[in-house]
Design a binder for this molecule. Structure first.
Ligand code: HEM
Length: 527
């Protein structure tokens, strides 16, 4: 300790000598420092002021100016209380814009896509000129898995082609009995809630549990049965996705600065819960490969009908079996992308039914009329329910589950005629399209299922699942699941509103989620 102090004092002494000019190295050191500071100041001035205001090809785009010189507009986002804000306010402020320029972390320029032409360019015309940003992969990758969600370029194309098999309509139709059985299970749960609690049901927990149960059977072929009592799988899963408030703060910081290595109790829990989800899913993958193949690595016959089985069959039949880690990545994708999203849609759908009794009555009449003719409806009968189709799309338009998906320009690329420099951060938000008055009219904010009877301007105007080669591969799966559940519960139950306070949303959040849950009162319809 004494030696270290001595060293520190000597070093300080040498430094002070250098500054007082009594040491010959003073000139060099001073010159070095001055040059270093000058370069730093020049670079900072160029980056923070000259480039964005006088050089950037994006400088002519409209957008807010009131940003922090280092954090950009992140502060307004974190304190807005709504994960769609301040972006939706900007959409209203610049209604004619195709793209809005704002600033993000490090005062880097970012683009919010707000018009259909720009949205089409990014998603459908030049999808592979954009990649998912590294920080987004680092933040979500450990939980969501690589799979399709984080594959890029040629690898994405090849995997998407193989995944098309398991998600083909003829395969998905085989999952209808699973959806129906779980929908009936949900009815049983509502009946018990009526008996025990007078029918007040917390929708977030209920739908998250039932959709996790469905994806468990439909994707992994394993019945988790979380609705009755949370299983270890559910506990680990929800603790990684939905941590307590301190964990949420760490999650938000970790997007920009890696902090999971810091030895904090909350970090330790996050890492161990997500490792446990990986371990349990990998075990299922290993068992399934063993079950489906013989000692020569050839497929054997099976009665199983789930996405993992379909995927293993597809890849083996194409003589291109994947590694365990690749199957694992895709199954983690299914779990993450495939249950909270549909759960969110069901929560807001039930909320809409409770808040709009006239919509509920009309939808129920359509469903009961169909059930009278076809008590056990299949895919076609469900697709032919016109009002149910309108209702489903309107729920996903107004309360879109996915808040945002970022992209980074992988090269210099033209979007709607504007040069987007390589490396620019692009924010794709379904709500910036779906709640945009220029696209949907002055009543864009209103919930009005009948609007879907009119002509919709452009397929890209419905942005809940995106469009193009990276659009949601689970779209048909989730819509089937959503409709089967609604047909089941609307034919048996009445939903009434109990929420009187304004709903507070979790912010920031990858999904549209009410903070503190969302309740409705459920009662049995007279038979
Ligand atoms: C209401 C329910 C759902 C919504 C709103 C939704 C929304 C989306 C959106 C917006 C994307 C594009 C993300 C991007 O490109 O950055 C996406 C991709 C994806 N979704 Fe969904 N999703 C839903 C349900 C599902 C289900 C049920 C599954 C699986 C069973 C699923 C699996 C996936 C996968 C694997 C991708 C990545 C596709 C690719 O990059 O090629 N999703 N989803």
């Amino acid at each position: 300790m004494r030696n270290q102090l001595h060293l520190a004092v000597s070093a300080l002494g040498a430094l002070s000598l250098a500054f007082t000019g009594e040491n010959p190295s003073v000139g060099i050191l001073q010159a070095f420092l001055v040059i270093f500071l000058a370069i730093f100041a020049a670079r900072a001035t160029y980056r923070l002021w000259i480039y964005p205001n006088f050089v950037s090809p994006l400088r002519h785009l409209p957008g807010p100016k009131n940003h922090h010189f280092l954090l950009g507009h992140m502060i307004s986002q974190f304190f807005s209380g709504n994960p769609n804000e301040p972006y939706l306010s900007w959409v209203r402020q610049w209604p004619d814009a195709e793209m809005i320029r704002y600033f993000t972390f490090g005062n880097a320029e970012a683009i919010l896509v707000t018009g259909l032409d720009a949205f089409r360019d990014v998603l459908s015309v030049k999808p592979y000129s954009f990649v998912k940003p590294e920080l987004y992969k680092r933040f979500l990758g450990p939980v969501v898995g690589k799979g399709l969600v984080f594959a890029e370029g040629e690898e994405h194309k090849a995997h998407r082609k193989l995944m098309a098999g398991p998600f083909a309509l003829n395969k998905l139709k085989q999952l209808i009995p699973v959806f129906k059985e779980k929908a009936e299970h949900l009815s049983g749960y509502f009946d018990r809630a009526i008996e025990v609690d007078g029918g007040t049901v917390e929708l977030v927990k209920t739908y998250t549990s039932i959709t996790l149960d469905i994806i468990g059977v439909a994707a992994l072929g394993v019945d988790l049965r979380n609705l009755d009592a949370p299983t270890p799988f559910h506990v680990c899963y929800s603790r990684t996705f939905d941590p307590p408030i301190f964990g949420q703060a760490l999650m938000a910081i970790d997007i920009f600065v890696p902090i999971r290595w810091i030895p904090l109790e909350e970090n330790r829990k996050y890492l161990s819960y997500s490792a446990e989800v990986h371990r349990m899913t990998l075990e299922i993958v290993r068992d399934r490969i063993r079950e489906l193949t013989d000692e020569n690595g050839k497929l054997v016959a099976t009665e199983r009908k789930d996405l993992l089985t379909f995927l293993i069959q597809e890849t083996y039949e194409a003589e291109n079996p994947w590694t365990e880690q690749e199957y694992l990545g895709h199954m983690l994708n299914m779990l993450a992308a495939g249950h909270e999203t549909t759960a969110s849609a069901l929560q807001w759908a039930t909320h809409a039914l409770a808040k709009h009794p006239e919509v509920q009555t009309r939808l129920r009449s359509e469903i009961l009329a169909m059930l009278k003719k076809t008590p056990n409806p299949g895919y076609t009968e469900l697709e032919n329910l016109r009002y149910l189709n309108n209702f489903s799309r309107e729920v996903l338009r107004v309360w879109c589950p996915a808040i945002e998906s970022p992209r980074k320009a992988a090269e210099d690329v033209l979007v709607n005629g504007v040069l987007i420099p390589k490396g620019t951060y692009i924010l794709l938000m379904p709500s910036a399209i779906q709640l945009n008055p220029r696209i949907w009219g002055d009543d864009a904010d209103q919930f009005r299922p009948d609007r879907w009877d009119g002509k919709i301007a452009d397929a890209h105007a419905f942005a809940a699942f995106f469009q193009g080669p990276r659009q949601c591969i689970g779209r048909v799966f989730s819509m089937m699941e959503f409709k089967i559940i609604l047909v089941e519960i609307l034919s048996k139950f009445q939903f009434d509103a109990v929420e009187t306070e304004e709903i507070v949303l979790v912010n920031p959040s990858p999904l549209l989620r009410p903070s503190g849950g969302l309740r409705a009162k459920v009662s049995r319809l007279p038979s």
